[in-house]
Design a protein around this ligand. Structure first.
Ligand code: GTP
Ligand code: MG
Length: 188
């Protein structure tokens, strides 16, 4: 079981990316996520050595609005993967990526991170692809350009994250659960 968290400013398309990946659907209507929701998906990936692996992934979808800062920090715990999403039509959401990365990597230093340039279907794009490539090099993360609307690169994004997370877990050994489930485990 792998935990993925979606991070990034409000309305960048976190919920839409997860929905496109897990349900294959998209809605134009914006409904801000309140607190936290999650989705489950069984993913089949082919590892670089050719082996096929089936993984269960829990995708945590956290509200991007600043009001939920404290909640978000707690829910990041135990994640092996994160997507940090920005909206290519709103430069400020791109400028905030570094802060999201720092917040996340202090809680989950061994996780696999992908920075996601979303809404590339839009004609009013302002953040150029080169900006994303720079951040990929600076932060040493994966980087994808996606559209949750058309589905472009959505499968590729999540498939690579899961593959890398499995590889990393093989290197590091199972990552101890230090998430919100801990109090229950201690009680056993
Ligand atoms: N054109 C286009 N619109 C998108 C895309 N992804 C999301 N949207 C729209 O952007 C708005 C916000 O999308 P959400 O997925 O709700 O954003 P979010 O990051 O989950 O927002 P919060 O839950 O408030 O943090 C919605 O109106 C979506 O329809 C995309 O790839 N292309
Ligand atoms: Mg949302």
């Amino acid at each position: 079981m792998f935990k993925l968290v979606a991070l990034g400013d409000g309305a960048v398309g976190k919920t839409s990316c997860i929905k496109q990946y897990t349900e294959g659907s998209f809605s134009e209507r914006y409904i801000a996520t309140i607190g936290t929701t999650f989705a489950l998906k069984t993913v089949d990936v082919t590892m670089p050595d050719g082996n096929r692996v089936t993984a269960r992934v829990v995708l945590w979808d956290l509200a991007g609005q600043p009001t939920y800062n404290e909640l978000r920090r707690r829910y990041m715990a135990g994640a092996t993967m994160a997507i940090i999403v920005y909206d290519v039509t709103r430069p400020q959401t791109f400028l905030d990526v570094g802060e999201w990365f720092t917040k996340f990597i202090t809680v989950c230093p061994n996780a696999v991170v992908s920075v996601v340039a979303n809404k590339i279907d839009r004609q009013d794009r302002l953040v150029p692809p080169a900006a994303g490539q720079m951040i990929q090099q600076w932060l040493d993360v994966l980087h994808y350009e996606t559209s949750a609307k058309t589905g472009e690169n959505i499968n590729e994004l999540f498939t690579e994250l899961v593959t890398r997370a499995i590889e990393k877990q093989r290197q590091l050994g199972p990552i101890a659960a230090d998430g919100p489930s801990k109090p229950f485990k201690l009680g056993v």
